[in-house]
Design a protein around this ligand. Structure first.
Ligand code: 5GP
Ligand code: MG
Length: 176
């Protein structure tokens, strides 16, 4: 098994900072900005983004999370219907500019499920998407608004997102 690093710790930091600034730029004057992380790694990234937004924008950002069931133990079997397991949304989503945050966007099915879950809570003014890695391979008309990096990889390859919140380093590697 071979591995190649596609993002170093510094790459991740810079990408998140850039994405944070882009979010602020595109949501200028927004009454309320909300960041919603999707399960494990998206939650860590969302929390990092909140910190950056509050540092750079100097204002409070609403925060929430979604846990979506995926059956990715076998990476050749992509779940056709990701299901939202638990939600932690304790703010009013109505009229917010709400940014979903995930580590990797692939087919787009997870994001579709996430959007549906969010819309059960109300009607955000906008829903936007930030992903650390866009690995292509979309099966739905869903594209991220903010991307850390595009990775053109083979369908059978797997991206490993390592973040110090649950690993011993910050790194994105491709396992082939
Ligand atoms: P999608 O639903 O777009 O096919 O897949 C996105 C979801 O599956 C995300 O929550 C993401 O964490 C996970 N995912 C898809 N492909 C990969 C991958 O190559 N590596 C990792 N770490 N997660 C992936
Ligand atoms: Mg995930």
């Amino acid at each position: 098994e071979q591995k190649r690093t596609i993002m170093t710790s510094q790459d991740i930091d810079l990408a998140l900072k850039r994405v944070g600034l882009q979010i602020l730029e595109r949501n200028q004057g927004a009454k309320s900005l909300a960041i919603v992380g999707i399960h494990t790694c998206g939650v860590f990234l969302a929390k990092r983004l909140c910190r950056i937004l509050e540092e750079q924008g100097g204002r409070q950002v609403e925060y929430g999370s979604l846990d979506i069931n995926l059956y990715r133990d076998d990476w050749s079997l992509i779940s056709q219907n990701p299901v939202v397991k638990t939600t932690d949304i304790s703010f009013d989503v109505n009229n917010t500019n709400l940014v979903l945050v995930d580590d990797v966007v692939f087919t787009g099915r997870t994001i579709r499920a996430a959007m549906e879950a969010i819309m059960d809570y109300g009607r955000p003014h906008t829903i936007q998407l930030a992903a650390l890695v866009d690995r292509g391979g979309r099966e739905l008309p869903i594209q991220p608004d903010y991307v850390g990096m595009q990775a053109t990889i083979l369908p059978k390859e797997r991206i490993q997102v390592l973040l110090e919140e649950n690993a011993d380093c910050n790194e994105v590697v491709v396992e082939c």
